[in-house]
Design a protein around this ligand. Structure first.
Ligand code: FDA
Length: 395
């Protein structure tokens, strides 16, 4: 039986950050992961370049049943802190758009950096041991210590950090194991669902699938939440950053609205009629939209063949429809395609300062496992770093 100051389940973004933090505070840490390599999601993130943070990080850009929960950890470990680490490791980076920071080179550099930070534990008299290919069979708790069984190996610790992420992309080894553990210890789980995920269209709207490959800058809306970015029609429905963003807010049975003409005035079709009365609606739409999209939307608006023949009322109604076109997704592409999971271990049972369970001293949950989910664009890694850091400082 080996004894550690802390055991961390999951060698992903949050687990490695927690391990490095605890190790550099002189703790002897064991990190256990069933995967054959550490940080697999980091490696595939951001198209292989890892969008490692967002300089626009703010609590309002995270979804959680308790919108205040993330404030403490995010406030104590900021994008500037992570960027300082990246720069200290000589990793070149750039801002792509909307505050999103990426490696110039490869996401491998971020994983190498985190492993290097774990190795620095030795300088403080600590140690970080990473056990890969190690599925966890059982976690037991006798009131003071946690006992982890994995194959022939057993280890014990007074501090257990659960950093096994969420179930998005199961073929990479993602699981909902954190939820099982939370329930085992009497904690609540906010119903998880796939997020940052393409939405699917059916019924009448199947017709839009013929636009597969067409992209346009839009404002997509779910409820009152709006995102201005690109939307993409796919052979199954809708994707692109604007749709991925609203997917996190969308619920089955609800409609989403798309503003296809975000820069046009409310009376732009009337102005187009006065300027060129013989112009077809398709032509007018084509000044704002890709050709195939203009054609499809113009057909559905069913205006007269020339704008001059349409009443101002009809044109005002058409412009209004174009600025909040309703789509009724019949589902999403699910965990197989979801970048993250919304929901997770309820923050009601956790300390926002240490991520420790209020009713089970020594048990911490961090990263995507927790009911805190960021927008697209580096926010989820920032939460993984910040929450991992908060737990690593507490164990
Ligand atoms: P993470 O999933 O990183 O780590 C969990 C670890 O636990 C894994 O190593 C897994 O093998 C292990 N594990 C799971 N179950 C286990 C079990 N039962 N036993 C033992 N080990 C177990 N975010 C962002 O901010 N910028 C970006 O560019 C991207 N890009 C991106 C692309 C793609 C394709 C995906 C799928 C996701 C992203 N994300 C992202 C989201 C980001 O990857 C995610 O939010 C973080 O990796 C979450 O970090 P965690 O450490 O919580 O989980």
């Amino acid at each position: 039986m080996q004894i550690y100051d802390a055991i961390i389940l999951g060698a992903g973004a949050a687990g490695l950050m927690a391990a490095a933090t605890a190790g550099q505070r002189g703790r002897r840490v064991l990190v256990v992961d069933h995967a054959e390599a550490a940080g697999k999601k980091i490696l595939i993130s951001g198209g292989g370049r890892c969008n490692f943070t967002n300089i626009g990080t703010a609590p309002e850009r995270f979804l959680s049943a308790n919108p205040h929960f993330a404030k403490s950890a995010l406030g104590r470990y900021t994008p500037a802190d992570f960027l300082a680490l990246v720069e200290a490791h000589g990793i070149a980076w750039h801002e792509k758009t909307l505050g999103q920071l990426f490696c110039d080179g490869s996401a491998r550099q971020i994983v190498a950096m985190l492993l290097d930070e774990c190795d620095k534990a030795a300088r403080a008299g600590g140690a970080v041991e990473i056990a890969l290919n190690t599925p966890v069979a059982r976690v037991e708790h006798d009131g003071t210590a946690f006992r982890i069984a994995s194959g022939a190996r057993t280890a014990t610790t007074p501090r257990l950090i659960v950093a096994t992420g969420g179930p998005s992309i199961p073929k990479m080894g993602a699981t909902g194991y954190a939820y099982d553990l939370a329930r085992q210890f009497g904690l609540k789980v906010v119903e998880p669902r796939p997020a940052l995920v393409p939405l699917t269209l059916g019924g009448e709207e199947t017709l839009f699938r013929s636009l597969s490959g067409v992209a346009s800058e839009v404002i997509a809306r779910a409820g009152k939440t709006r995102f201005r970015e690109a939307a993409l029609f796919t052979h199954r429905g809708l994707s692109g950053p604007a749709i991925l963003q609203v997917s996190s807010y969308w619920r089955h049975g609800e409609a989403i609205g798309i503003d296809f003409t975000p820069d046009a005035a409310a009376d732009w079709l009337i102005a187009a009629k006065h300027a060129q009365p013989r112009q077809s609606p398709r032509r007018a739409l084509g000044q704002h939209l890709p050709d195939r999209l203009a054609e499809t939307l113009a057909e559905r608006l069913a205006l007269p063949p020339e704008l001059g023949a349409a009443t101002d009322k009809a044109l005002t109604a058409a412009a209004a429809r174009l600025s909040d076109w309703p789509f009724h997704p019949n589902g999403s592409e699910g965990y197989a395609k979801a970048e993250v999971t919304v929901g997770g271990v309820s923050t009601a049972g956790l300390s926002s300062r240490t991520m420790e369970a209020r009713t089970v001293p020594g048990l911490h949950f961090v990263g995507e496992a927790v009911d805190v989910t960021g927008w697209l664009g580096g926010y989820n890694f920032q939460w993984a770093w910040a929450s991992g850091r908060a737990a690593g400082e507490a164990v």
